[in-house]
Write a protein that binds this ligand. Sequence first.
Ligand SMILES: C[S@@+](CC[C@H](N)C(=O)[O-])C[C@H]1O[C@@H](n2cnc3c(N)ncnc32)[C@H](O)[C@@H]1O
Length: 345
Amino acid sequence: MSTSQTPDQWHGQSPTPISPADAYNGYIAANVVFALDRIGLLDRMERGEALYQDDVDTLTTMDTDRRAAVLRAAVGCGYLKAEEGVFLPTETGRDIARSRGYFTWAVGGYNEVFAHAGALSTGTARYDEDVHRDEAMVALGSGQADQSMFARQVQQAFEGVDFETLADLGSGTSARVRRVVSEHPGTRGFGIDISEPATAIARRNIAEAGLEGRVEAVCADALDLLAPNGGIGGAADADAVMSFLLLHDLLADPSTRADIFPRMREAFPRARSFVFADTMLRPVTGLDDKLPIFSAGFELAHAMMGVPLHPRETYEELFRCAGLRIARREPMATPHTWLYVLKAD
Ligand SMILES: C[S@@+](CC[C@H](N)C(=O)[O-])C[C@H]1O[C@@H](n2cnc3c(N)ncnc32)[C@H](O)[C@@H]1O
């Protein structure tokens, strides 16, 4: 089993207490980053390319005054430098463009949940009735993080996995299952996601990549699949199962928690390899005077949705009880997120 040191960014970069000015400006900056992505500028910023005012104007038919205001705010945040009709990405601007997945996740996906944290806490609003997350944005943000931060590590993890048919639970926009199947000639895969909008994006992406026939996106609840007598066509063929950033949702109900991994083995009887990643509860000793990116938002959002988070030890005990041996365990770039390759011997 390989275990590496946890990356520096797990241990915090933002000093606390966060001052009023930093808290306020951080909120605005997060919205500006998300807006830059929606306008379509972050790919070029990530590559360090200059943005010419004329170019920017041809990118979209959107209101030019409002777009100019977003660019001005990005200059104010230090992400762009303005020089006579040209905007040059700064190093921090390139870095934030690379990190865009966190902003799509938080601003695009959980904006409503965070904005109603008070109402959810006082009981004047209820999650999933009055307040919702935007599932497509959550899936898109995760897909962006996959591309910029996880791709190489996932590729290495799959070097030890022999498979013909890969099932992906909570596959989002299908970014990962498409990539893994593309990297392994002769294989096929299918993704299962509960979100119709995410599945629609996935189907579009599969068609655009010319992978129809090799990769399929199915809209279904993985918990139904894992319920007794549940199941979907194709599950019996899968000889490898992957699930990234979903397991905490599957483990939310304490009455079925211990059954999830044994049921997964029954639902995928041919599967010998399970490649999992999830963000876990921060150890109490990890809470110091600096906040890492993502962790506090992830913990707050799930508390508001009533989804408990678990420490690494709980996952490993559940794996062990399901007869899944840990062949590989590694920290990922996102704080408190662990990647596992498990084997059913
Ligand atoms: C954080 S995203 C991760 C997406 C993708 N695995 C990735 O890493 O990029 C979690 C995904 O799980 C999906 N999801 C949540 N609950 C689910 C369930 N019970 N069954 C299937 N999919 C589910 C969501 O719609 C969302 O696309």
